[in-house]
Design a protein around this ligand. Sequence first.
Ligand code: PGA
Length: 252
Amino acid sequence: MKKIIIGNLKMNLLSPSEREQYLKTFSKELVGKKLANAEIVLCPPAIHLENFEKVLRKKVSFGGQNCFWEEKGSYTGEISPLMLKNFGCEYVIIGHSERRKYFEENDQSINQKILASLKSGLSPIICVGETKEERRSGETMRVITRQVKEAFLGVTAGKLEKIVVAYEPIWSVGSDSIPTANETMEAKVLIQKILSQSFPKKYVEKMRIIYGGSVSMKTVKLACVDSGMEGALIGRESLVPREFIKIASLMG
Ligand code: PGA
C-alpha cells in the first residue's frame, strides 16, 4: 500500500506573493526526488487551490481543509464537496480538531460531511483523537471508539478503500509532544477493530490509517514508521517544503 503524506497548510500563505514563493520552493524541492511509494497531498486554503493545481498538477494530489454537506445553494461562506472535486481535489480533511474546537463541529455534522464527500467522489481524511484531559483520565480508547463509530454511520463497505483515518491526538497537534510508537499502534489496532465490527475485514485492511500531530524530521520515525502507520498528516512542517518533502521521501 502506498504511503500518503498530507500537508495541511491551514490558514497560511496570506498573499499571492507568499503563495508564489511557496509554490516555487515546493517545485524546486521536488526536482529529482523519487517518491515511488508515497502519494503527496497538499491541502491549501481553498482560495489558493486553482493556483496550486496549475503549478503542481500531476506531481501531487490536492485536498480541501473542510467542506459543507450540501451540494449547492444558500449557505454563505461554505464550500461543497462537489466544488472541491470540480476544482481538482481528490481529498478533503474532515473533523480536524481545530474545526471541532473553534467551529463546534461534532460527530454528527462530521458524519454528514463524510457521506456528502463520498457522494461527490472525494476521499475523506477523517481526524480522530483525544484531548489532554481525556488522555489523563484514561478515556483515549473510549473517545476514539465513539468518534470512529459515529463517523462511519451509513458508509458502505465498498467505500472504505477511499477513506483515510488520521489518528491525531489533540494534545500533540501544534505542540512538540508525540505519543509513543506503541500508543499510536494501539490506536491503529483499535480503529481497525471497531471497523471490523461493522465491515468485512478485507475492506478494513484496504483503508489507510495515518498519524498526525507534531510530525517533523525529528519525530517521523517514532510517530509514523515505528508505529506502522500508512502515512502522516502534517501541519507546521508542510509550510517548509524542504522539510515536508524530506519527510515524504523518508516514508516513501
Ligand atoms: P502539526 O499539525 O503538524 O503542526 O502538529 C498537525 C495537524 O493539525 O494536522
